[in-house]
Write a protein that binds this ligand. Structure first.
Ligand SMILES: Cc1ncc(COP(=O)(O)O)c(C=O)c1O
Length: 395
């Protein structure tokens, strides 16, 4: 008999639960919205964009229906020359292959071509040396990612992009709660796109925020999230309905106001994981630059089977045996997916291959406590010695 699908299992420790504000924090806004009948394009949206701009330290913030839509619209705007210097003949977007598939999907939706590069072996974020080597006359933009919440090296990436005259974009889906030199990320580069889906530190149900220093890009995005209608009912660049409705904006506002508290809680849980897993032979943790703080959207561990004694899938089975869910982010890597494998790979994919085959993301979110993280870590360390049922081979 085959195993039930993982999604159908009632996990004792689920992989993620949303970290929602108390209902009382959103109830007055929900009542106001309902009574007004203004369900979209209202004052919650305007207030949310202004509050997010302050938190992100960015001049312009445009709220959209998801991070995926935000990424696609930013790239569609660049392709049309809205905000980018000279798009003629430039159709390639350089991005890591070790990333959630929404990123290359957005590139393709915008009619552009992904070019996949490797990630740095320590931070697991896009490798600036690989970006420099991949740049060429067809490059329209570079897309980094704050992978699992670890800020990517925007200093080096900006220097490389400035030299080449190419805009730096960041898939900042995991970036609310990520900091560089004590400051929330968001202002670096040309544009950063955040996700507000239920697994993130700030949640709007579904939603995204585009932060940009470019008034031209912000104006283009406001048209593009409105079908491409600039108000004249004439269309220059085709958009889509990418609006954020009022109830989502209200939830986003209440959630954003709790970001410091939620980020501190995740940092404490991450520290408990690190106490249990740091220094264990055969386990490698994501190396966060000393000048940066991760949001810990995900906490992941890389398993070397020769040194650890069992492989990533053995660890995963041991966790499942103890009622603990986990994820194999990002396996397969994007450059190996049927939708993207005909696109260009620039340079070696050694680190990406190793991470895809051997990294495991552990439970994180509103359901977690430091004690649970210590317990998960103990199950993992015991799995090395085969002391936990389910570590052997088998389904
Ligand atoms: C790295 C990354 N990029 C993009 C997305 C897409 O975000 P959304 O679900 O808001 O479209 C996600 C979703 O989790 C993600 O992890």
């Amino acid at each position: 008999m085959s195993d039930p699908p993982r999604a159908a299992i009632q996990w004792r420790v689920p992989f993620v639960r949303p970290d929602l504000p108390p209902f009382e924090a959103v109830e007055p806004a929900y009542r106001r919205i309902h009574a007004s009948g203004l369900l979209t394009k209202g004052s919650e949206l305007t207030a949310f964009e202004a509050e997010a701009a302050r938190v992100l330290g960015s001049e312009h913030v445009v709220a959209v229906s998801s991070c995926s839509v935000g990424l696609a619209l930013v790239m569609r705007a660049l392709r049309a020359g809205r905000g980018s210097p000279d798009p003629a003949g430039r159709v390639e977007v350089i991005l890591p292959s070790f990333i959630f598939l929404a990123a290359p999907a957005a590139v393709v939706w915008a009619g552009l071509e992904p070019v996949f590069v490797d990630v740095d072996p320590a931070s697991w974020t896009i490798d600036p040396r690989a970006v420099a080597a991949a740049l060429g006359p067809r490059t329209l933009a570079v897309l980094g990612c704050h992978t699992f919440g670890c800020p990517c090296d925007t200093d080096s990436l900006e220097a490389i992009c400035d030299d080449a005259g190419v805009p730096l974009l960041v898939d900042a889906a995991h970036g609310l709660g990520s900091r560089r030199r004590g400051k929330q990320v968001g202002a670096e580069g040309f544009a950063q796109v955040f996700s507000l889906s239920p697994t993130k530190l700030v949640c709007a149900g579904e939603g995204g925020l585009v932060a940009t220093s470019s008034p031209a890009l912000a104006a283009a995005l406001r048209d593009l999230r409105e079908y491409g209608n600039d108000g004249t009912y004439d269309c220059h660049v085709p958009g889509l309905n990418g609006r954020m409705p009022e109830p989502a904006a209200a939830l986003g506002r209440a959630s954003l106001s709790r970001l410091p508290e939620v980020a501190a809680r995740r940092a404490a849980i991450a520290a408990a994981y690190t106490r249990g897993l740091g220094g264990v032979p055969g386990l490698t943790l994501q190396d966060i630059d000393p000048c940066a703080d991760s949001s810990w959207k995900d906490y992941s561990v890389l398993v070397d089977p020769d040194l650890f004694g069992t492989d990533r899938d053995g660890v995963r089975r041991a966790l499942a045996g103890a009622g603990i869910d986990s994820r194999t982010y990002y396996d397969p890597p994007c450059h190996a997916m049927p939708a993207f494998r005909h696109h260009r790979v620039a340079g070696s994919m050694t680190v990406t291959g190793r991470l895809a085959a051997a990294s495991l993301s552990l439970p994180m979110g509103g359901q977690m406590t430091e004690a649970l993280a210590a317990e998960v870590a103990a199950v993992i360390t015991r799995s090395a010695a085969g002391l936990v049922s389910g570590t052997g081979s088998g389904p």
